[in-house]
Write a protein that binds this ligand. Structure first.
Ligand code: SF4
Ligand code: SF4
Length: 402
């Protein structure tokens, strides 16, 4: 641990903006888990202030625990009357901790392998093939339950197999589907469904260019320079193209819509303006008018980064609710995180499991047959409790494609 000394790492205006009112506490899933001040946004901001003033070191074990138990759901940000930008304060804290005290031992090595894989599509593909083989041979069962991905990877799963708009149908132009890392490795069926929906409403789906990872996981883990490099590489990959960049992972979409803030350049801001969710390209009216019945009763899960970062949970919910024959039920704890948080559920299993248990109970109370989720991490986390999960794109494709 380093000796405390004043640090100028945080945005002083943001720290000062917090009036310690506590309005955010009941929205915070980690505070709701322990009811300890250090596990809530107000206590975390106070700890940041004490670090800034030199009262506490950034690598003090209590400070590290306070920051690393935050799932970065940003639920506190949207309810804060003082508009404190908590997400950016937390990313600053994580970057400073990561610099002083990078993850060590087996966990550190596992993270290095993971983040190396995210940077190279061929490594990611190799990892996916190994996982598929391990699942086929049931070798994954040697891993503890919480380390086993709750999704079956299919070798040879292809991005082909969607229908283009019928001849003579109006064409709205190219839409570039961002393939990403986890989505491209484990959710190609969702990518195909997304392409089907895009084609059904008149876009030409494009799977190239294909930069490997948006950098969201790196940013959340405090790997600041890596996150910047991934954002720059993603923007560069799409240079020379025009049209919407469709992102069907809520976490990636949230991160890419914030490239403008992250990099602070005109180019990044222009790129972020192109990043779209399906709910921004397809209207409930066209789904209601053209869709066929999907007779399912499902609970709606609003991923934190769709709701608190992109502000699109209502729009996405309305789009799914417009599918004829589908009954969508709102769980009574809609604002609470499921505990996935990228790799958070692996790093903070006690908190992740407690949040998942609350989420599971709220889904049970709906009486639904399955869950709608627009984020791969949430879908896998919720599936750990045995729920069948559906991405909005899969439901829309089923309804819009004859
Ligand atoms: S972050 Fe906002 S809501 Fe929370 S204590 Fe500070 S001012 Fe109040
Ligand atoms: S980002 Fe989420 S977990 Fe972190 S302090 Fe805010 S509400 Fe709590």
């Amino acid at each position: 641990m380093t000796q405390p000394e004043p640090m100028s790492i945080f945005d002083a205006d943001q720290l000062a903006a917090c009036v310690q009112c506590g309005f955010c506490l009941s929205s915070c899933p980690t505070y709701e888990t322990t009811y300890l001040e250090e596990h809530g946004p107000r206590g975390r901001i106070l700890a940041m202030r004490l670090v800034e003033e030199g009262e506490l070191a950034i690598d003090d074990p209590d400070v590290v625990d306070s920051m690393e138990t935050c799932v970065q759901c940003r639920a506190c940000e949207v309810v804060c009357p003082s508009l404190v930008e908590f997400g950016s304060l937390m990313e600053t804290a994580r970057a400073a901790i990561n610099e002083q005290q990078p993850p060590a031992g087996a966990e550190g090595r596992a993270q290095e392998v993971l983040f190396l894989g995210l940077k190279h599509r061929w490594l990611l593909r190799a990892g996916t093939i190994l996982l598929a083989l391990a699942q086929t041979l049931r070798l994954d069962r040697v891993l503890p339950e919480r380390l086993r991905p709750a999704r079956r990877v299919r070798l040879g799963d292809t991005l082909k197999g969607y229908r283009l708009p019928p001849p003579g149908a109006p064409i709205r132009g190219d839409a570039f589907l961002f393939r990403g890392c986890v989505m491209d490795g484990m959710f190609r069926d969702v990518h195909r469904a997304t392409a089907q929906v895009l084609a059904a409403v008149g876009y030409r789906p494009r799977f190239e260019p294909a930069p490997p990872c948006c950098g969201a996981l790196s940013a959340h883990a405090g790997r600041e320079s890596e996150a910047h490099a991934m954002a720059e590489a993603t923007i560069a990959a799409y240079a020379g193209t025009t049209g919407p960049i469709l992102v069907n992972s809520a976490g990636c979409g949230g991160s890419m819509k914030e490239y403008g803030t992250l990099l602070g350049t005109e180019e990044a801001r222009a790129f972020s303006a192109r990043v779209k969710n399906l709910a921004e390209l397809v209207t409930p009216e066209e789904v209601a008018a053209r869709g066929s019945d999907v007779p399912l009763t499902l609970a709606y899960q609003a991923p934190c980064h769709l709701k608190n970062v992109q502000g699109l949970a209502e729009q996405s919910r309305a789009l799914v609710a417009a599918i004829p024959g589908l009954t969508l039920i709102e769980p009574d704890d809609e604002q609470q995180c499921c505990g996935s948080g990228g790799i958070y559920s692996y790093l903070q299993p006690a908190f992740g499991d407690a949040m998942l248990a609350r989420k599971d109970a709220s889904f049970q109370r709906t009486g639904a047959d399955g869950v709608v989720s627009a984020n791969p991490g949430c879908a896998m986390q919720i599936a750990r409790k045995g729920w069948e999960t559906h991405h909005p794109a899969q439901l829309l494709a089923r309804s819009l494609t004859p």
